[in-house]
Design a protein around this ligand. Structure first.
Ligand SMILES: *Cc1c(COP(=O)(O)O)cnc(C)c1O
Length: 416
């Protein structure tokens, strides 16, 4: 079994170890929740200061041009593109995943309406992140044209569920609860062979696992920047549309930022060319500017190196929990197979909520998702092997001493 000294030795030879200095981590904290909210890049505070004091404070309205504010959604999209296998001018950073899903689902249904109007079913998984399903439900209700949402309970049922009524298949690449990862290329091929479009949610993939949207020939994708990309709380999401579809489909949130010439102030909407038409309105520039600090760190490494370390961290965590905490009824729900695993590890435990609270009180931060799921995210940019070792030592202690029984650890905030 791996000892603490072994973990320290792994850190001393880890080529990614220096990147940790580029993050402003609080002292005495082991942060295993970068899958929910990333850590601030060290550069973010300074960047915020420049945006507020210089660009906003001094530049004022001139900064839309002079500080490049207006171009920010596209410029950041281009910087993010290599992380998800996208080309230049295929991604915009904008809005939220929920809003971008509405746009892209609408665009996909409309495209199918033109080429195969009998296809009126959106296929997804019951285990998908709720907002994805809620947005599909809301869109279907708005359209009021007999569209339906068909949910499968197991990925193995997808092939059967995608029949000749399926318009679009909306899948989240890495499941938020279990960390299960789909084979994007194989599923996209299967979906398209059956005549449907493939929309991928990369919330737990962008910056977490290698993604190649163009190689997979995907149709649409969304993702967020505040998880593994360390953009900051509520930082804008992104939308990707395969270039072959960009000028062929429109989206219903036809705001002026997506217009061909917004400052001509014409009364009629005319969509811009390319990915720009997937913008809607004025963006939260202060928040968006900080996304760049997170993306800049990725320029110093590559997803293959990050993936190697992410899997090694997670493998160590699983090995340690399964040996040291074997007596306490933790149930691993994340696949052991690397090809089916994202960058998080989840265990079920009936007292999962209180356990996560008790760990947090000891400076080990994971999170909890209903029902009974303890999630631990492994972000190789700033997590050390010794952090993993120490986190499991804390977990073992909380279980052995039953420290989780303290009443304070049962109290629930509105965010778990
Ligand atoms: C985190 C997450 C979201 C968040 O959506 P927002 O609209 O940006 O709040 C959506 N989908 C998935 C799969 C997620 O993991």
């Amino acid at each position: 079994m791996t000892t603490r000294d072994d973990a320290l030795a792994l850190d001393s030879t880890d080529p990614l170890a220096p990147l940790r200095d580029q993050f402003a981590l609080p002292a005495q904290t082991i942060y295993l929740d970068g899958n929910s909210l990333g850590v601030p890049p060290a550069a973010a505070a300074q960047r915020a200061q420049v945006v507020i004091a210089a660009e906003w404070g001094e530049g004022l309205i001139r900064s839309w041009n002079n500080a490049g504010w207006f171009a920010l959604p596209r410029r950041l999209g281009n910087k993010l593109a290599p992380l998800i296998g996208a080309a230049a001018d295929e991604v915009v950073v904008t809005d939220t995943i929920s809003v971008n899903l509405f746009k892209l689902l609408s665009a996909g249904l409309r495209l199918q309406h033109e080429r195969a109007p009998q296809r009126r079913v959106i296929v997804s998984e019951r285990a998908n992140f709720p907002t994805d399903l809620y947005i599909a439900q809301g869109l279907i209700e708005q359209l009021d044209r007999g569209y339906t949402l068909r949910l499968v309970d197991d990925p193995a049922e997808l092939a059967q569920a995608i029949d000749d009524t399926a318009a679009l298949v909306m899948l989240t690449h890495v499941n938020y609860r279990t960390g299960y990862m789909h084979d994007m290329a194989a599923l996209t091929q299967m979906i398209q062979q059956k005549g449907a479009l493939a929309l991928w949610d990369l919330a737990h993939s962008a910056g977490a696992v290698p993604v190649d949207l163009n190689q997979a020939n995907a149709d649409y994708a969304v993702g967020c920047t505040y998880k593994y990309l360390n953009g900051g709380p509520g930082s804008p999401a992104f939308a990707w549309v395969a270039r072959r579809h960009q000028d062929r489909c429109t989206q219903p949130l036809s705001g002026w930022w997506g217009h061909r010439a917004p400052f001509e102030m014409q009364p009629d909407y005319q969509p811009g060319h390319g990915i720009g038409r997937f913008l809607c309105g004025t963006q939260p520039i202060v928040s968006m500017a900080l996304v760049e600090c997170g993306l800049d760190v990725f320029l110093q490494t590559d997803m293959a190196a990050l993936r190697r370390k992410s899997l090694a961290l997670a493998d160590l965590f699983i090995e340690q929990v399964q040996t040291r905490c074997a007596a306490y009824g933790l149930n691993l729900i994340t696949p052991l197979d690397h090809a089916q695993r994202g960058s998080q590890v989840s265990f079920e435990h009936p007292q999962g909520y209180a356990l996560i609270q008790a760990l947090s009180a000891r400076g080990v931060i994971g999170d909890y998702r209903e029902p009974h799921v303890m999630r631990f995210g492994f972000t190789p940019l700033y997590t050390r092997f010794v952090d993993v070792w120490d986190a499991v030592a804390a977990l073992e202690d909380v279980l052995a001493t039953e420290a989780w029984r303290a009443p304070a650890f049962a109290a629930r905030g509105s965010v778990t």
